[in-house]
Design a protein around this ligand. Structure first.
Ligand code: ATP
Ligand code: MG
Length: 382
């Protein structure tokens, strides 16, 4: 018989009085990821699932909060049987030269002590598997034996995505474009437990249906980790046209960014979300200088999280590849930001000037109109 042994971040067990809340949410999230077929049990800082397959392991591994999953064999608490399984597991491993056995004895009635169990099982392995040596300090592999209601034996661990349970840190609105950076930014905040609602600014007919499909696809890739995601498609043409018509050319981008974040804030209010998330990286383009970010933030009441602000494209791309958003992000469809780019955008905008330039716009009406015509799409990970 086998099962899946799931280890979760120690940060979760350190939450004092809130520990139960974090653990229960983690189990709820695993349940959402794997469905109702299996039993999920929590026991002394571990989670056990009564079954194992590679597909199941992959789903559990991608649940935020999980640091590792392993396939554990379950046998009676009998030293010969434990030894047999340990030998079998070691024979299956390739390129392993050194090992050690580690034992946890939760059942204190078991006649041998942890060290004695480790020593005896280690001896059995040495006798039966060729070419192995014990190395207690830096082994290639650790054979784990846990003596509980039964004996559990496991070796190879698959790394989990770590982080905190999704939804444990409240809700935020991710400004999700079709680029490389914003899906990574969303992933990073979701990994810290922030539930995401996404907003995409769509400038029909200047941006195509395919550009929108691409963003839906990116949301779907994020949903592999988060379960499902709500995506607001914001009609942005009217706002952009008014800005282009009425505001100075070198201020178009910064004013547009202020509108984007203010629409996102309206979505946040509606969704009871308490932060915005963007994929801005310091100095990457004119709208991402410190001065531009300051002017973008100035009329917002809620914080803007920019988790990739200190990362360069190489770092961000590495994560995009890891979470499988990169190939979608580089599809060549136009974004609303790239359609009307001023030749010389201001890199050091001043708030007073920008506010003055914006006076010609009916901000309330523009935002209300955009909100009234939102398309809402529920994106699943299937
Ligand atoms: P990305 O790779 O995430 O598109 P970028 O490097 O292209 O970022 P910008 O186009 O300046 O940078 O956008 C900065 C941030 O503003 C994006 O990371 C995203 O959070 C948000 N954003 C830009 N365009 C859109 C859009 N059309 N819809 C939603 N959010 C957007
Ligand atoms: Mg972009």
């Amino acid at each position: 018989m086998n099962c899946m042994l799931v280890k979760y971040a120690s940060e979760i067990s350190l939450k004092g009085l809130n520990r139960r809340y974090f653990e229960d949410l983690l189990i709820t999230n695993i349940r959402k990821a794997i469905g109702n077929e299996f039993r999920i049990q929590k026991e002394s800082g571990r989670i056990y699932i009564n079954g194992y397959s590679d597909d199941l392991a992959e789903k559990v591994r991608k649940t935020f909060g999980i640091i590792g999953v392993t396939k554990a064999e379950i046998v009676d608490k009998d030293m010969d049987k434990i030894g047999e399984v340990a030998i079998e597991q070691m024979k299956l491993l390739k390129d392993v030269k050194t090992f050690k056995v580690e034992t946890k004895r939760a059942d204190k009635k078991f006649p041998l002590q942890s060290l004695e169990i480790s020593r005896e099982i280690g001896g059995m392995i040495l006798k039966n598997v060729e070419g192995l040596q014990v190395d207690v300090h830096n082994p290639d592999i650790v054979v784990n034996v846990e003596i509980r209601d039964k004996a559990y034996i496991y070796t190879k661990e698959i790394k989990g995505v770590a982080g905190m349970p999704y939804g444990s840190a409240g809700k935020g609105v991710l400004l999700l474009s079709g680029g490389i950076d914003s899906p990574v930014a969303g992933y990073m905040m979701a990994k810290r437990g922030l539930e995401l609602v996404c907003v995409y600014y769509h400038s029909h007919p200047y941006t195509s249906e395919r550009a929108k499909e691409k963003v839906i696809e990116l949301a779907r890739k994020l949903a592999v980790y988060t379960g499902s995601i709500k995506l607001y498609v914001a009609p942005f043409t009217e706002i952009q046209m008014q800005i282009i018509e009425k505001c100075p050319e070198d201020e178009l981008t910064i004013i547009m960014r202020r509108y984007m974040t203010q629409v996102a804030e309206a979505v946040a209010k509606k969704e009871n979300a308490k932060a915005l998330v963007t994929g801005e990286s310091l100095g990457q383009v004119a709208s991402q200088t410190l001065e531009s970010m300051l002017v973008t933030n100035s009329d917002l009441e809620i914080p803007v999280f920019r988790p990739v602000v200190g990362m360069d494209k190489i770092d961000i791309t590495a994560i995009a590849r890891e979470i499988d958003t990169f190939e979608t992000s580089i599809l060549p469809y136009e974004d609303c930001c790239t359609i009307f780019v001023p030749k010389h955008p201001k890199t050091r905008p001043r708030l007073d000037d920008i506010r003055k330039s914006e006076e010609v716009l009916d901000k309330e009406a523009l935002i209300a109109n955009c909100m009234a015509n939102m398309e809402i799409i529920k994106v699943n990970n299937l």
